[in-house]
Design a protein around this ligand. Sequence first.
Ligand code: SAM
Length: 272
Amino acid sequence: MEEKGAENGVAAMAACYQGFDPAAYLQTNYTPPLADLERKDSTVPWKLACLHRAFTEGDVSGELLVDIGSGPTLYQVMSGCEVFNKVLLTDFLEVNRQELRSWLQDEGGCSLDWTPYLQHVCKLEGRLPSAWTEKAARLRQVIVDIVPIDVHRPQPLALDVLPAAGADCLVSSYCLESVSPDLAAFTRALGNIGRLLWPHGHLLLIGTLGMSYYLGAPGVKIPTVPLNEAQVCASLKESGYTLIRLEVYTVPQDIKLFDDASAVFFVKAMKE
Ligand code: SAM
C-alpha cells in the first residue's frame, strides 16, 4: 500500500515534467534578474563560488565526474571539468539532453549563451576572462556522453554506462528536491545516486530550502519538496554519506520571482 503511494507520487512528478521547457527554464533562471553575474548577492555567483572552492580544495579530483539531473544547464560542471578527465551529463528528459547536445556540438541553436558563465568561472580561477574559449574547449573535450537518468530507480543509469568502480564524484544541482514528491523519496534518491559512486567518492549537492514549487515553463508549476537544513543532514546520513560541509545562502526578497525558495544549500559530502 505504502509502496503504491510512493510509486504514484513519483509518477505524478514525471507527468509534471512533461511540461518542462528548457528554453523558458533557462531564460527564467539563468538570466537577470534571477541570475545576475554582476550582482554579488545573486544566487548564481554564490553557486559558482561554492563549486569553484570545492573543486580546487585538492581532495576532489579523479577520472570521472557525473552530473545528476543536468537539465539544460552547464554551469555546474565548469569548475569540475578542470580536475576530471571525463564528465558525464545526465537528465530525465530528452529535450534537456538535446539542449546540452546543441552546446556540445557547437553548431548554434542553443537557448542560452554560456559565455558570461565561462568568463566568470575563469575569473574565479585567476585566469583572464578571455580564457573562456579554452574552458569551453576543455568542457567539450571532457564531456563523454549525455545520457538518460531516473534518480527514483535503485539503478538510476543504464547498466553499461559507468565503469565497474563507479564515479569518483557526483555533482547535482536543484535536482533531487525538484523531482521528489516527499522527503522519503528525496532520501531514497540520495541513496540511489550513491550507488553510482565508489566508496570515499564525493557528492557536491546544491538544492533549495523551503521551496514548494518552481516554474518549469510559463504556467507550469512543478511541485517540489520543501526541505530544511536538518532534513538535508538527516537524509545524507541515512543514505550513507558523511557530511563535510553545508553552506546556506539566503535568497534576497527582490529576486524571489519564480519560486518560493527561502534559501539555497551547498553540501560537500563523502560516501561512507
Ligand atoms: N541541474 C539543472 C539546474 O541546476 O538548473 C536543472 C535542474 S531542474 C530544476 C530539475 C531537473 O531534473 C530537470 O532537468 C528534470 O528534467 C530532471 N528530472 C526530472 N525527473 C527526474 C528524475 N526522475 N531523475 C533525474 N532527473 C530528473
